[in-house]
Design a binder for this molecule. Structure first.
Ligand code: GUN
Ligand code: ZN
Length: 432
């Protein structure tokens, strides 16, 4: 079925830090987005396209709204939804005191289902339409998540956590059970509709070399599957990795030795990377999930986006719930800007919205499928309301141009400013 949406629209076709700005995006003050069977058929100015459209086709007009591709969250933990905002610790103590006990509950699939349902509606209400998601060590957590995502027809990537050391017994698997349970989940869910699987070693400290090698073996058996883990987030964590893996050149090398770097590998954080690690990430086309809200909340540090740019490392944005404190990608962009200010670097609003859309799609090796409005892409898109709150409305009255509009949205915006979310061209309705 064909339909069309009309209104202000922006989408990115290139990284604005890599090409001339005007070549990095398309913007229309009054656009028409034509969708056929859930896929983008055409985007262009309404003036040009409206006369070519059959009069029988429904045109939905969004006034006072900016259409853009749905946000992509390249690192988030659904089982941490209910322990978000846990006080007072940095990474390793935070994991011990809050995270592991919360994850214990996910051996029960019914619990997973309740949390997954809430988690997904929070993401959609905040304008995020695709995410790369951690489950827990329990296979039931992944079944619960994928069932909910499937029911909503979402493009989602998830995996069972692998952890066989330095963790509570109640959250521990083994190299062998982790391998065989992951394999069974891949067979069951990978590429089922819009769902995809990620092999998910938690992070080097909780994985034996045997387990990391088993993960590498599985990745070699299923090259279209993702690899999702954490990397160089916190200085105490990095010291711990050094002592646990004395033969590795650096943190990334622990994963590299187990053949875990690929075009579909996503490493969360990378706050304290050496140049050699960036070079290796770029050489293997691996990606970093930049999680500013989490990095500030846990006091982990300030991600060096300029270093990643210099080495041509793929970067996407991550909320990292529940160390991150918001589901909103707009709020996450606000935090991103501030981390770069503290580094004395400028994060342009164009780059911000690129990272939240096409940058995320590239990090997930899904360019052409999601992240912009090229012909044939899946029509997951949002409408941002520039007048949803009195402060935003007032500030917008003084807005002079597009760069300012985008900047205001990313500084003052949050889930209240998401007027509508569409999945495969259909508007999602929320029960709340
Ligand atoms: N490193 C290992 N596990 C985790 C986690 O759950 N959250 C964060 N932020 N870092 C981690
Ligand atoms: Zn994380």
């Amino acid at each position: 079925m064909k339909k069309a949406y009309r209104g202000e629209l922006i989408h990115f076709i290139e990284d604005p830090s890599k090409v001339a700005l005007e070549d990095s995006f398309e913007y229309f003050e009054d656009a028409l987005l034509v969708i056929n069977n859930g896929l983008v058929e055409q985007v262009g100015s309404a003036e040009k396209l409206l006369p070519t459209l059959a009069s029988t086709i429904d045109v939905i007009h969004y006034e006072d709204g900016l259409m853009m591709p749905g946000f992509i969250d390249t690192h988030v933990h659904y089982p941490q939804t209910e322990m978000i905002a846990s006080y007072g610790e940095q990474l390793l103590e935070w994991l011990e005191n809050y995270t592991f006990p919360a994850e214990r509950e996910f051996s029960n699939e019914a619990h997973g289902k309740r949390v997954a349902e809430f988690f997904l509606s929070q993401l959609l209400e905040a304008g995020t339409t695709t995410a790369l998601v951690f489950g827990t060590v329990h296979k039931e957590s992944v079944d619960a998540f994928f069932k909910e995502a499937e029911a909503k027809n979402l493009r989602m990537i998830c995996g069972k956590v692998l952890m066989d050391q330095n963790c509570p017994d109640y959250l521990s698997d083994t190299a062998e059970s982790g391998y065989s349970e992951s394999k069974a989940l891949i067979e069951k869910w990978h590429n089922k509709g819009r769902l995809q699987y990620a092999i998910t070693p938690r992070f080097a400290p909780t994985c034996s070399t045997e387990q990391l090698n088993a993960a590498g073996k599985l990745l070699a058996e299923y090259p279209s599957v993702y690899m999702h883990t954490h990397l160089s987030e916190n200085v105490n964590e990095i010291d711990w990795v050094k002592s646990l893996f004395p033969d590795s050149k650096n943190y990334l090398d622990v994963y590299d030795k187990s053949k875990l770097l690929s075009r579909r590998s996503v490493f969360a954080h990378g706050v304290h990377l050496h140049d050699a690690e960036c070079q290796r990430l770029a050489d293997t086309e691996s990606a970093i999930a930049f999680c500013p809200s989490s990095n500030l909340f846990l006091g982990s540090g300030l991600f060096n986006l300029k270093q990643a740019e210099q080495f041509n490392v793929n970067v996407g944005m991550g909320s990292d719930i529940g160390a991150g404190t918001t589901f909103s990608m707009l709020s996450t962009l606000n935090e991103a800007y501030k981390t770069q200010q503290l580094r004395r670097d400028k994060l342009s609003p164009y780059k911000s919205f690129y990272l939240a859309t096409l940058g995320g799609a590239r990090a997930l090796d899904l360019e052409g499928t999601i992240g912009n409005f090229v012909k044939g892409a899946e029509a997951d898109f949002i409408v941002i309301d520039t007048k949803a709150t009195p402060l935003m409305e007032r500030r917008m009255q003084h807005c002079k141009n597009l760069i300012e509009e985008l900047f205001i949205l990313s500084m003052l915006g949050d889930e209240r400013h998401i007027k509508a979310t569409h999945i495969l061209g259909e508007r999602v309705t929320f029960s709340s």
